[in-house]
Each structure stands twice: as structure tokens, then as C-alpha cells.
Design a protein around this ligand. Structure first.
Ligand code: FMN
Ligand code: FE2
Ligand code: FE2
Length: 400
């Protein structure tokens, strides 16, 4: 007989997999799909934590009914209002009109704006508690761990922390639910980091605050239940947490991303010279991204990962090649910190790309490394040494 997956005897996983959507937030690729997690706690009062994307509301409602066996939902705790989690709130309220909705002041502003719901609310503040029988919840505000209203919910009896987007990942759950069941941890952690770089990236300072407030409250944690991806056990949580600690501080590993645009391959030739120079000086991690072919989420993930970033760009109508311009904007709004940065470019009649790339160092408060190189047409021979020197300068700085 079909069984709804369980975390404990009374806490059910009622989330869904989405392998249909091509782009998360209509921007980020989903080669392995994504899961929208929701958790149902059955006690004297039944309580649901978060909902799912509206596209999956049918299957979601079925799962709820299977567990509830005709009982109503007494409480819906909303950790995050973004529509990938809040999408089914309106429908749920219609189906369970007596259901009290638990959130903070900012949650309720969004609840009214997205769903027109202004009644049947139970407002909570940081540290408040809610008992539903043998389970008791407490609430930790985690503002800007993606959106301003985000909060974490801690269930004291089973020592479970529900963390909204934090510790979440792209990737549907292929039958498994717990991190201990993951078929390929390395690949999963890469997807978790890609999720972080694209969705949470900018808010490292807020993530650090949220992590500190978990510690400050001295929460004993057996499971972490995020709103996407696997449920973490104790050891898995420690691993995921260590990655989060680093990402939130914009910590990086020695390595270089060479990000370039190229219409006819000239700029690309120079990118290769720089890559060879880096390799010759012992840099082990070098990732070349052609901006128009690489997936932007993979580019951002690698930029979050490596300390060096070298950007190359042809001059285009007196400006930067637009796909590079666009990538600069994606980096800018994430406020990526502490990178070592170099630039190169190309032109035919009036150079322009390099002088537009250089000020990005000041803007981002990054260290500009080496002499910039700008190649005229296909004259690679005249910039070979300069390109090589740029690679050497970056490699030396990475070693320092
Ligand atoms: C649509 C377009 C616009 C361009 N605009 C300029 C320009 O404003 N100034 C300039 O010096 N070269 C301009 N170029 C020339 C390129 O910058 C130059 O040929 C460069 O070598 C191209 O590098 P790539 O082969 O990597 O694409 C333009 C080329 C194209 C195709
Ligand atoms: Fe979110
Ligand atoms: Fe989310």
C-alpha cells in the first residue's frame, strides 16, 4: 500500500517533485528538477509547514488527504511566502476555511498582497512558541534568508529545524528523502551551491546572522528540513552548515574563472593563452566559461567558488558585448566580495571593452591584478606575452 514518506511517526513529508519546469524563477536551469517541500505534523492539532507551487496543488492536496483521513488542518505555518512555497495557500484556505495561518507581520502583509487573506491569522515574533499536543514549535526570524518575512520553525520534541530556503538545493528527490540516501553527494553539494549562488547569493550577511541565531538559541538538532531538496540528518547538517558558513562569508578556494564573450573567436584565443599561463604556473582549478554558451547559474556558482575572476570581452558598438554586460549585472546585484580580478578584451577600430571592465574592480572593491590586455583584430602574436604575463600575475597573487 502506498505510504506517504515520514520523518518521524507523526511528521510526514508531503512535498512534490517538479521535473517539468525548465527554469526556476524563469532564469535558472533545472537539469535535475526541483522539489517543493512541505511537512505535515499530526497531533491533537494538525499542522502544515509551508505549501507547494500552485502547479502541483492537486497532487499536494491528495497527499494531505491521505494523511489527514478526514481531519482538518488546524494550523499552517508559513516560513516563506515566495510562490514556490506559498503558491497553494489560497486554495488550501478554501479547502480548510478554519485553518489558522501562522506567520509574522511581514508574512501577513504578503499574505494579503498575494492571496487577499487577512483573517484567521496567528501572529508570532522571534522566540514565540506554539504547542499542538506533544509537539511544540518555536520561531526564529531569519529575515532576508531570501525574503524579508523568512522565518525558521523549530520543533522541540523531535529536534527538527524547518529552514525555508536555507540548506535547500535544486534537484528533485528521486525516491529518497534523507541526505544519507543520496546517490552522489558531490553532485548534490554542487547543486546546493548553485542554488545558493543564484537564489540566496547576495544575502551572505543575513545568512550569517541566521546561523548565529541558531547557535545562540543552543538548538539541539536531529534533522533539518529545508523547503527544497533532502532532509539533513545530524552529520549531513554539519556538512551542509560548513558549506553555508563559507558561502555566507564569500570564502573561496584558490582557482580561477575565466569568463569571456566572443563573437568570432578572437577574444577566446586570448582566454586560452591566459588559461595556459595559469596552468603553467600551477593553478589547478581553472574554469573557462563562454558567456553565451555556459549556463549563467553555473557561471555564478563557479564565481562564488573560486578566488580569481578574469573577464574578457570584445568591444561591441563602443560598449561591452551585451551578454558580458548582463553577467556583470548578475554579479553586481549579488555583491560578491573579496575576489581577485583581471581583465582583457578586443576591438577593431576603437578600443572600448577593457576601459569599461576595469572600473568594475573599484565598484566591487576587488583587487585588480596584472596589466590589462586588449587585442586588435586577430593580432594574437602581439599580445601573447601580455596575455601570458596576466596569467602569471594572477597565479602569483593566488599563491601569496
Ligand atoms: C556587432 C559588432 C559591433 C562591434 N563594435 C565595435 C566597436 O564599437 N569598436 C571596435 O573597435 N570594434 C567593434 N567591433 C569589432 C570587434 O570588437 C572585434 O572584431 C573583435 O576582434 C571581436 O572579437 P571576437 O572575435 O572575440 O568576437 C564590433 C564587432 C561586431 C560584430
Ligand atoms: Fe525563496
Ligand atoms: Fe524556495
Amino acid at each position: 500500500m502506498y505510504q506517504v514518506p515520514q520523518i518521524t511517526d507523526s511528521i510526514y513529508y508531503v512535498g512534490v517533485n517538479d521535473r517539468m519546469k525548465a527554469l526556476f524563477e524563469n532564469m535558472w536551469s533545472l537539469p535535475n528538477g526541483v522539489a517543493y517541500n512541505s511537512y505535515l505534523i499530526v497531533d491533537e492539532q494538525t499542522t502544515l509547514i509551508d505549501t507547494v507551487d500552485i502547479c502541483y496543488s492537486d497532487i499536494f492536496m491528495h497527499k494531505l488527504e491521505l494523511v489527514l483521513q478526514g481531519r482538518p488542518i488546524d494550523y499552517l505555518i508559513i516560513n516563506h511566502m515566495e510562490p514556490d512555497h506559498g503558491g497553494s495557500i489560497g486554495l488550501l484556505r478554501q479547502r480548510y476555511p478554519e485553518m489558522k495561518i501562522v506567520g509574522n507581520k511581514k508574512t501577513f502583509d504578503m499574505l494579503s498582497g498575494f492571496h487577499g487573506i487577512t483573517e484567521g491569522l496567528h501572529e508570532v515574533k522571534n522566540g514565540d512558541a506554539l504547542r499542538i499536543g506533544r509537539h511544540e514549535f518555536s520561531f526564529l526570524m531569519a529575515p532576508m534568508v531570501h525574503w524579508p518575512e523568512v522565518m525558521f520553525t523549530y520543533e522541540q520534541t523531535n529536534k527538527i529545524l524547518f529552514t525555508a530556503d536555507a540548506f535547500g538545493s535544486f534537484g528533485a528527490l528521486d525516491g529518497y528523502l534523507f541526505d544519507s540516501q543520496l546517490p552522489d553527494r558531490t553532485a548534490y553539494f554542487r547543486e546546493m551551491q548553485r542554488y545558493y549562488a543564484t537564489v540566496i547569493g547576495k544575502y551572505g550577511g543575513f545568512v550569517q546572522k541566521a546561523l548565529a541565531s541558531i547557535d545562540k538559541q543552543g538548538l539541539d538538532i536531529d534533522f533539518v528540513c529545508p523547503a527544497h531538496g533532502v532532509v539533513w540528518g545530524r552529520e549531513g547538517y554539519e556538512e551542509a552548515r560548513a558549506i553555508y558558513d563559507r558561502l555566507a562569508q564569500f570564502a573561496s578556494t584558490p582557482g580561477v574563472v575565466i569568463l569571456y564573450g566572443s563573437m568570432y573567436g578572437n577574444t577566446e584565443q586570448l582566454a586560452d593563452v591566459i588559461a595556459q599561463s595559469l596552468s603553467a604556473s600551477g593553478v589547478q582549478h581553472i574554469v573557462c566559461h563562454n558567456v553565451t554558451k555556459s549556463d549563467p547559474s553555473e557561471i555564478l556558482c563557479d564565481i562564488f567558488r573560486y578566488q580569481g575572476l578574469i573577464i574578457g570581452c570584445p568591444t561591441y558598438c563602443g560598449e561591452l558585448f551585451s551578454p558580458i554586460q548582463n553577467l556583470l549585472q548578475l554579479i553586481r546585484i549579488r555583491d560578491v566580495k573579496n575576489r581577485l580580478y583581471s581583465v582583457f578584451g578586443s576591438y577593431t577600430w576603437a578600443p572600448g571593452a577593457v576601459k569599461r571592465l576595469v572600473p568594475f574592480a573599484d565598484e566591487m572593491k576587488w583587487e585588480l591584478i596584472g596589466e590589462s590586455v586588449e587585442m586588435k583584430m586577430s593580432d594574437l602574436p602581439s599580445v601573447l606575452d601580455a596575455g601570458w604575463a596576466l596569467g602569471q600575475a594572477m597565479a602569483e597573487r593566488l599563491k601569496a
